[in-house]
Design a protein around this ligand. Sequence first.
Ligand SMILES: Nc1nc2c(ncn2[C@@H]2O[C@H](COP(=O)(O)OP(=O)(O)OP(=O)(O)O)[C@@H](O)[C@H]2O)c(=O)[nH]1
Ligand SMILES: [Mg+2]
Length: 258
Amino acid sequence: MTPDWHGQALVIVPTYNEKENITRLVEQIRALAGDVHVLVVDDNSPDGTGDLVDDLTAADAGIHVLHRAGKLGLGTAYKAGFAFGLARHYQFLCTMDADFSHSPESLPALLSKASAGYDLVVGSRYVPGGAVEGWPTSRKILSSGANLLAHLVLGVSIRDCTAGFRCYQRHVLEAIDLDAIFSSGYSFLMEMAFHVQQAGFHCGEVPITFVNRTEGSSKISESEIYKAFYTLVRLRTRALPWDWVLAKLRRQKQETIG
Ligand SMILES: Nc1nc2c(ncn2[C@@H]2O[C@H](COP(=O)(O)OP(=O)(O)OP(=O)(O)O)[C@@H](O)[C@H]2O)c(=O)[nH]1
Ligand SMILES: [Mg+2]
């Protein structure tokens, strides 16, 4: 059976030094049913990731690449990817990491839920059925703590709001003012989740098993922790209480209707 998203989905994969992973990942996404396209946003990786992707694009019109001048941050890579997808025909814009922490096999579940009417679907470690494999306890505490704070401080109800495995419907990205998203790095994910919920969009999660990377090295730095705290404080102090109440009422109304 032809999936609902046939020819309409783009998976944005930001990369920085992922030569051990990128070819296999892109091939696995392209092997999925539904002619799912891929856009790699590479920040001039010193290890030659961008050159590998150039070779792939030459052989398959469903593979695209954006070469940026240098390491400009994960958040701005997503924004560049969204601009690319919105300028074309795609209805479903997904994001995922290059390091196989997010399995291409889970993409159909995200796309299927988005096709069923969810505006944003997150591949989630923290809903029943979700799991994390291979992380040290310190990393688990950090991730759970960031999600708990986002819930308590910002009222974000998505359980895994720091996850980069997502599927946005096109109209969500058209409605959100992406230029107004302040975070350029990993905090972008939390900030986007906050704005998407504030705008009253219908968000869902599907359980995934997040597997720690086995190839290549981590790009996340300690400074991202401080930036995440700053993002929490900034969003909380700027968001007026009545905005929050209105968004909550809108969400409740949507749930009642639909
Ligand atoms: N284009 C671009 N991609 C980036 C940048 N920083 C990270 N990435 C990519 O974003 C994805 C997530 O980065 P990771 O280093 O895996 O971060 P993480 O998953 O939080 O941490 P580990 O799994 O421990 O490595 C990977 O595909 C990276 O290659 C960046 O500045 N620019
Ligand atoms: Mg990773």
